[in-house]
Design a protein around this ligand. Structure first.
Ligand code: PLP
Length: 384
């Protein structure tokens, strides 16, 4: 019989797909579902961005473009990274990718050899583990909550091995909404420098920090050389389906990323890149206004969950709440199943995001405010 490459043996499909299918089934059967399982913005792609693509098509911007991205897009990204992320960046340090996922995939493939270990703060965005194992490396799980309590450096020291080559560092974090402070970023950076580690920084939710500031770890002294930072337009600009993101890195990593992109996608579709260019021109005030909208939703949902005894720390960023479901079941899969079947509230069991997520479920609150009220009502009725 045929078989696939051995390196895929340890790579799984996330249960999130199964949950999405179950929700579709329930809906098809006429059951209204309170959908908190997703992770995409509540607003549609803004008109100017859509128009930029239409314009590009009318102007026949439909041919091959440089596989690393069109020059004006890379330039505006470099400028954004300098002013907003305080990074020391030139145009040649930027590459455009098919979403944040592709940037991360290319980064792992560029750096990791079979047998390498990667420190992975947990709970983590599920695909990260699969991308690391797909590169034949091993994830070493670092409990974010314990590390923050007992000291990050100490925890990283305890868990790292002689094979440790890199750290995956996601702030704001999916699924917990954790935002690492500047001091914490400095601790991770100091550890990386002391051990000569590479950092994969995932800043997909950089525009969604509610308390405190977003700190790009690559902006800290000595870090630009050893960090590959991955971004996406999905969350900030309501562009999940457009599949566009970018990575920033210095040599030798940029050459590696270029090879990975050249031989996987040969770049992002040309008209999409013109839309991305328009998105990057969005005034900061607009991003701030949206963040305020998300904040309202966060406060509403988190207060409601706590009131119902689903203890929920206040997430400092992203658009997820991660309450304890101890009141329903210690087993987060059981709890999420009960919530879906009895209350018709769709969430993601925390264990999907790593063992450290067990005991909680993830609510995505990038939904209309009315949907949060309705979801809380359904939870209240179920818990009674
Ligand atoms: N990183 C994190 C932490 C995410 O949650 C996501 C999407 O959910 C991404 C990266 C990648 O997003 P995309 O591939 O849509 O750009």
């Amino acid at each position: 019989a045929f078989r696939t490459a051995k390196r895929l043996d340890e790579v799984g499909f996330s249960d999130i797909v199964q949950i999405r299918n179950k929700v579709l089934e329930l809906r098809a059967a006429g059951v209204p579902v309170h959908a908190f399982h997703g992770g995409e913005p509540f607003f549609d792609t803004p008109e100017p961005i859509k128009q930029a693509m239409t314009r590009a098509l009318a102007e026949n911007q439909t041919r091959y473009a440089p596989s690393s991205g069109i020059a004006p897009l890379r330039e505006i990204i470099a400028e954004k990274l300098r002013t907003k992320n305080h990074m020391d960046v030139q145009v040649e340090d930027v590459i455009v990718t098919v979403g944040g996922a592709h940037a991360l995939y290319a980064a792992f493939q560029t750096v990791l050899d079979p047998g390498d270990d990667v420190l992975l703060f947990s709970p983590y965005w599920t695909p990260i583990r699969d991308m690391i194992t797909g590169a034949e490396a091993r994830p070493l799980l670092v409990s974010t909550a314990s590390a923050r309590q007992s000291g990050i450096t100490q925890m990283l020291e305890r868990l790292s091995t002689p094979q440790t080559r890199a750290i995956y560092y996601n702030t704001p974090q999916n699924p917990s909404g954790t935002v690492f402070s500047r001091k914490e970023a400095e601790e991770v950076a100091a550890f990386a420098m002391e051990r000569d580690l590479i950092v994969f920084a995932d800043e997909a939710y950089e525009d969604l920090v509610y308390d405190g500031d977003h700190v790009s770890i690559a902006s800290l002294p000595g870090m630009a050389q050893r960090t590959i930072t991955c971004y996406t337009l999905s969350k900030s600009y309501g562009m999940t389906g457009w599949r566009v993101g970018y990575a920033v890195a210095k040599e030798p990593f940029m050459t590696g990323l270029r090879k990975m992109v050249l031989y996987s996608t040969n770049g992002v579709s040309t008209p999409t890149q013109y839309a991305a260019l328009e998105a990057l021109k969005t005034p900061q005030t607009e991003l701030d206004a949206r963040r305020a909208e998300y904040r309202k939703r966060r406060d509403l949902l988190v207060a409601g969950l706590n009131e119902l005894g689903l203890t929920c720390p206040v997430p400092e960023g992203a658009f997820y709440a991660f309450p304890s479901v101890a009141k329903i079941s210690k087993d987060s899969r059981k709890a999420a199943n009960l919530l879906l079947e009895k209350a018709h509230v769709a969430t993601i069991p925390g264990v999907v995001f790593g063992a450290q997520g067990e005991g909680s479920v993830r609510f995505g609150y990038a939904v209309p405010e009315q949907a949060i009220h309705a979801g809380l009502d359904a939870l209240r009725a179920f818990l009674k």
